[in-house]
Structure formats: C-alpha cells, structure tokens
Design a protein around this ligand. Structure first.
Ligand SMILES: NC(=O)c1ccc[n+]([C@@H]2O[C@H](COP(=O)([O-])OP(=O)(O)OC[C@H]3O[C@@H](n4cnc5c(N)ncnc54)[C@H](OP(=O)(O)O)[C@@H]3O)[C@@H](O)[C@H]2O)c1
Length: 297
C-alpha cells in the first residue's frame, strides 16, 4: 500500500489521480478529515501531520511512501520528523521523495534546495531506501504573475536571458506515480530530474502568452531592487522572500535551464508544452477572479 503525503496539494492531487488510473490503491495523509473525503480516485485517507503522522501499526501498513512537504522555513525539520516517526515505528518503507532540481548539487546554496539536501542527508544517515523526484520550476509558478500580465501586459521577472525548463505539476505526478509502482530496488538513490519539453527564456514565455491569449505581453527584466519590492508585496515570510531572490539569481545564471527526457522515458508520453498548460488556465490569465493559487515555491 502507498502513502501519499501532501495529498491535497498541487502534485499530490495529480498523483492520486494518476495512481487511481494505474489501478494502484493509495492513502493520502491529510491534516483535516474533511479534506480526506474528496480525494481524487476515491483514495483512502489517514488524518495526521508530518510531525505527528499516526500510530506505528498504521504506518507499518505502508510499504511505499511519497514524501512531500510545502516549502517553508521548517520544511527540513518537518520531513525529518516524519522520517523519525517511521523509524520509531520500526519501519523502513521505500520512500519516493519530492525534492527540487539543484538539491543534489552541493554548490547550490539556494535555501529551498538546501532544505531538501538536509532531508536527503538524514534519509541517507538512517539507511532509508529512497528515490528522488527533482522537478525543475513548476509552470504553476507563473500564476503568481498572472494579475500583472492581465492588468499591465507585463511579465516582470529578474530572469535576464536565462532559460528555464518549466514543467507542469501533472507531469511531475505522472513520473512519481510510475516510480512508486515500479521496482523500488531498480533505481535506488536515483535522482529523476523532471522537466518540461524545452527550456524557455522569460521572453519566450511572454511570446507564448501573447500567442495563446491573443494579447500583447512584454517581458520586463526586473532589476534586483524591483524584484525585491514585488516579492515583498506578495506578503511572503522573510525566509521565503529571501529564498525567492536566491532562486531568481540561481535561475538567472542558468541553474534552471535543464531539460531531460524523464517524462517520456517513465510515462511513455511527451511532457506538456507551456501552450497546452496555459490554454487550460485561460481564466486565471485573462479573466477574473483567479481561483487557483500559485505554489509558494
Ligand atoms: N514551485 C516550484 O516551482 C517547485 C519546483 C520544484 C520542487 N518544488 C517543491 O514542491 C513542493 C511543494 O509541492 P506542491 O506545490 O505540490 O505543494 P502544495 O500545493 O503547497 O501542497 C502542500 C501539501 O502539504 C500539506 N501540508 C502542509 N503542511 C503539512 C504538515 N505539517 N503535515 C502534513 N502535510 C502538510 C498540505 O496540506 P493542507 O492542504 O492541509 O495545507 C498540502 O497537501 C516543495 O517541497 C517544493 O520545494 C516546487
């Protein structure tokens, strides 16, 4: 049986859909019981949190665990507490951990990547069998810029000329599902870097937006000071704000330009192009109200 943490989030939701389509029963960890009732694919649910995931005998019922937590200052502690709960239960299931591309690079000092690296070190030290899913930036991040695109026709990011291999969270989930149901011994310790089909500059993204929505969107390469002001206006906690600036700096220097064939290799289908994803979210970019929230990162 598979346990999916982060079941109510962007990736987790798609993952439960994929697992149901593949005929693999799964249980979602939910913090609030009411949210467990509507999980995709009629998945079962377990009420708990990563730092209090439920009784040992229940945890021992899962031989595979998808480990995902939201990006925030306490992320590493939260995931480490969950790993320790498994160990206290006398249990070492196969873990498929959602990380982020760059976490495996010891020279990448972006705090988001460092948090995942801390968890990876703990999994390693505890001898937990693990496979990593390391996505490039989610297409869903563009939702945080949708208001400005709609109101001012501007895509304002401190991106320079660098390219990003944006990936749809549905593709991340499709890969994770195949890894969860596959032979866990086959790819032990492997890092599956998951990307979209191509690396796009923000000028390319603006051109795709213009084409899909038939309205002019221009790319404005923000200065660091402009980016700082815009990120502050989003009301993020200081740790996340500084992390966003570090991430932009990393991307600006080519850290997010990776494109891999992972989606095709593991799912047998092509990764979603940006135009396809944009078309589905037309309402968020050209209409009001915006119903879908962007990821925090
Ligand atoms: N944004 C990007 O471009 C990007 C790229 C690569 C990797 N990532 C990684 O993706 C991950 C986020 O994925 P996502 O966007 O799918 O997440 P998300 O939509 O923010 O969902 C977070 C999930 O975690 C649950 N959760 C929050 N606090 C919890 C706790 N204390 N105990 C148990 N569950 C808890 C939430 O449950 P509730 O519904 O109860 O809140 C929700 O199901 C992060 O680790 C990030 O580093 C992001």
């Amino acid at each position: 049986m598979i346990l999916v943490t982060g079941a109510t989030g962007l990736v987790g939701h798609h993952l439960l859909e994929e697992l149901a389509d593949l005929g693999a029963p799964a249980t979602g960890l939910v913090r609030v019981e009411a949210r467990g009732l509507g999980l995709p694919g009629g998945a079962d649910y377990l009420v708990g949190t990563l730092d209090d995931p439920g009784p040992s005998d229940v945890l021992r019922g899962f031989d595979r665990v998808f480990l995902l937590s939201p990006m925030h200052e306490g992320q590493a502690e939260l995931e480490i507490a969950f790993v320790d709960a498994l160990i206290s239960a006398g249990h070492r299931p196969h873990v498929v951990k959602l990380a982020v591309d760059g976490f495996q690079d010891p020279d990448c000092e972006v705090r988001f990547m460092r948090s995942h690296r801390l968890v990876a070190r703990h999994l390693d030290a505890m001898h937990i069998p693990v496979i990593y899913i390391a996505p490039n930036l989610y297409m869903e991040n563009l939702l945080s810029l949708a208001d400005e695109m709609r109101d001012r026709g501007l895509l304002a990011v401190p991106g320079g000329h660098a390219k990003v291999g944006f990936v749809a969270t549905s593709d991340v989930a499709a890969v994770a599902a195949r890894v969860l149901i596959g032979d866990p011994e086959e790819h032990l310790d492997h890092v599956h870097v998951v990307t979209g089909p191509e690396a796009l500059s923000y000028a390319d993204v603006a051109a795709r937006l213009s084409a899909v929505f038939a309205r002019e969107v221009d790319y404005h390469d923000q200065s660091l000071a402009e980016a700082r002001t815009a990120i502050h206006a989003r009301g993020l906690a200081p740790w996340e704000r500084d992390g966003m600036l570090e991430l932009h700096e990393w991307a600006r220097h080519g850290g997010c330009a990776t494109v891999t064939g992972t989606v095709r290799q593991l799912t047998g289908r092509e990764p979603r192009p940006l135009e396809d994803w944009l078309g589905e979210l037309r309402g968020a970019f050209v209409g009001r109200p915006q119903e879908l929230s962007p990821p925090r990162f």
